[in-house]
Design a protein around this ligand. Sequence first.
Ligand SMILES: [Zn+2]
Ligand SMILES: [Zn+2]
Length: 664
Amino acid sequence: MKNLVIVESPTKARTLGQFLGKDYQITASMGHVRDLPRGEFGVDVEHDFKPQYVIPKEKIKAVNNLVKVAAQAEQLWLATDLDREGEAIAWNLLRVIAEKGKVKNPQYQRVVFHEITKEAINEAFEHPRKIDDDLVEAQQARRVLDRLVGYKLSPLLWKKVKSRLSAGRVQSAALRLVVDREREILAFKPEEFWVIEAMLVGQRMESRGQEFSATLIKIEGNKAEVKNKTEADQIVSDLNKAIYKVGEIKSKDIVKNPSPPFTTSTLQQAASTKFGFAPKRTMRIAQDLYENGLITYMRTDSVNLSVNFVTSARKLIEEKFGGKYLPKQARAYKVKSRLAQEAHEAIRPTNVQVTSDKLQVASPAHQKLYDLIWKRTVATQMETAVVTENTVMVNALGNKKYILSAAGQKVKFDGFYKVYGKIPIKEQVLPQLSTGEELKLNKLNSEQKFTQSPARFTEATLIKELEKNEIGRPSTYAPTISTLYERNYIEKLEDKKIGPTPIGKTTVDFLVKHFPKIVDLSFTAEMENDLDLIAQGREQMAPVISKFWEEFEPQVAKVTEEAEKMKVEAEETGEECEKCGKPMVIRYGRFGKFMACSGFPECKNTKTLAAPTGLTCQLCGGSIVMKRTRHGRMFWGCSNYPKCKFASWKKPDVESKKKESTSE
Ligand SMILES: [Zn+2]
Ligand SMILES: [Zn+2]
């Protein structure tokens, strides 16, 4: 065999195979070939924190095969992904081939590309390089740091908070954001205020008959602050007798710019908001699209677009939408990122001619995500939209002088919105008014409102916050959030919102008290920045980790010795245990929430927690709820259990039942 190419996955191997000739054999490593050992510390803190990698048991056979095939190749090409993770896989592959194959310095070439297309592959294989040790070191440093924190903190949490907990470095800082927000919401005191609105109509030919609404903004020249019903009623009664005249009229054109091309973080946010995709799911689908050669590499924080792509996008825009949708000059986006050298481009389609309906991939989810990426990218190269905003001031003279304001907006040119097929702007047209014109009052409305507490995070807004605080990287957003769910630190509430569980709150309290740095946002950001500097060769792994460890290790010892156990507050359910009469409380297990007797360990009574479904039981007319078996499998059951025994693995087919009964 002449050439052996190693990549991470079979899909990537297949796509690559279409572009490399018969002289190349392509094989997949199936991800990392070595990692830190499970159930063992695996870091030599005495010797520069050297990681002690092992080949996981289930991979030994595949790795041995890989080594054997590699020995037969005349030329070895390492074509794993282009970021730190991919670089580390390539480096570990090479080490394994060297050690197992007993070759001191195996000959190899490292090739990187950020899209799997003919041009990119040719280019990469014409310009191979060697493994970038700085990138490898940055990946190792992250792995080792996370291991130090996880391995030392977790047992401490078991002892001082609750058994089987675990702590992670970035996760803990993210969890703190969620807990802090929840407490802000709890502490928030809503303030009452009133909004007063007049329904007015013009008197001239041009404006007659067209009612519009204007909101009170000023009283005697000061900002209108209406605090309670008494005040509101007084103003309404004065405004009822007032004389209304049109004051200043203003009109201006607002230019709307398209959003920049997708990065990992903005793609995850958009897919979560639009489709409700969890970040982990978005990444899995994006990886599929990348490995099938359809989009560029999905882990990036660059907003750059290649010149070739922009040229072909502009051609498409002119053909498909017409010249007026094409800006005179191509739009470029500035890369503010530290990582610009690692990931070259934003997430974009590899071929702009391929629209989602021509897509050769499987699922509707793939199609949706591709469509989202395609439209966002094409929009970046389209003309800006123009919206005309009109504001009309209305002077009302009663016992006092009032100013009301009416606003209208109209789309003048749809620009890049064209690609989305709809414009996210609510048009509101004001009648043709002229200054000094007298207005007739049709009606006054006053409405009680309250100031709003800050909103709970959604997955999308949490990712945004992580990025804003610089504690996330393209490779970490999705795993950070899914880990918080898996460990029952956060839970999903209604409307895609996220809230902390009692365990989450107590864990954060414990860490804030004893390891303030671990949950300090700027410290975590600094740490991430150090990792970036290592990747650029401007810092070294050992001193960075050592600085952290020298403070962290004695603190672990001190807290183990001195800290008192913290109690996780129990969530009441309002139900009593039918076995012993003590209150039932919510507990968290491997499969999420369940009800347990607060008399534990004396009383071991537990019950599954039911989630309402809105469906009706066909046997007894009770309501159908979703429950889990003790083994975690979801099923549909009747809320009247044990009186009614209805249970089903599949969703009860209530709709078709209804149809049957009406046709009878
Ligand atoms: Zn009990
Ligand atoms: Zn029933």
